[in-house]
Design a protein around this ligand. Structure first.
Ligand code: CA
Length: 228
């Protein structure tokens, strides 16, 4: 059994909100359901949940604005799982800029949503802050800044997203297909941009240092290895 989480769902689609409520309550969590951004923000500020499941497209105050306001006004880091209607890179980048911790593209599998909520709350509880440390690597999820051995790494958006996915899973490996799905949903680009982004990530994360942290596991995928 896992611990029950306190979850806040901010979703304006009545059917989806109701089904999320059923799903999450059915899994043993305590769920608050809110249909609009302004009320959701207020709820999150006055009674901070373990995880906010936040729809991007909301009337009035949209998901990006809610996310921004929550980051500015909450006295601690509240993990946010952003739901996006389409898997557009723009939405992801915009969402990341304002501090969403993770994304899920609609339509999504119920198990996936549950797994992401658990992962977010675990990470948050384990770290008790928005900074995750793996060896000398420090990932600040609020600012998006990453340091290794005290040195700030210059990471482009997609390379940073890959690093965050690997850090979420750490110390487990992430398969190539999971990486692609998490980056591009069900509509991956036809070329093989993952190779390019992994190369860029390695250039920033590993090249200046002695030991590589991004490790390829043959026929499995990729994982981070602590350097100390
Ligand atoms: Ca919506």
């Amino acid at each position: 059994m896992t611990d029950a989480l306190r979850l806040l769902v901010i979703e304006d689609n009545d059917a989806l909100r109701a089904s999320l409520g059923e799903l999450l309550t059915g899994a043993g969590h305590v769920v608050s359901l809110v249909a609009d951004g302004r009320a959701g923000l207020q709820h999150a500020l006055t009674d901070p949940p373990d995880v906010v499941v936040l729809d991007l497209g909301l009337p009035g105050l949209d998901g990006v604005r809610v996310c921004q306001a929550l980051r500015e006004r909450a006295d601690r880091h509240i993990p946010i799982l952003m739901l996006t209607a389409r898997d557009t890179l723009d939405d992801k980048l915009r969402g990341f800029d304002v501090g969403a911790d993770d994304y899920l593209v609609k339509p999504f599998a119920n198990e996936e949503l549950l797994a992401r909520c658990l992962a977010l709350s675990r990470r948050h509880r384990a770290g008790a802050s928005h900074v995750q440390r793996i060896g000398t690597l420090e990932i600040d999820r609020r600012s998006g800044q990453v340091r290794r051995a005290g040195r700030v790494l210059d990471l482009r958006q997609t390379a940073l997203r890959i690093l965050l996915i690997l850090a979420d899973a750490w110390p487990r490996p992430v398969t190539r297909s999971e990486l692609i799905r998490r980056l591009w949903g069900d509509d991956p680009p036809e070329s093989d941009p993952l190779r390019t982004h992994l190369y860029l990530l390695r250039q920033a994360l590993d090249k200046p240092f002695d030991a590589p942290m991004l490790v390829t596991i043959h026929e499995v995928g990729f994982r981070l290895e602590a350097d100390v």
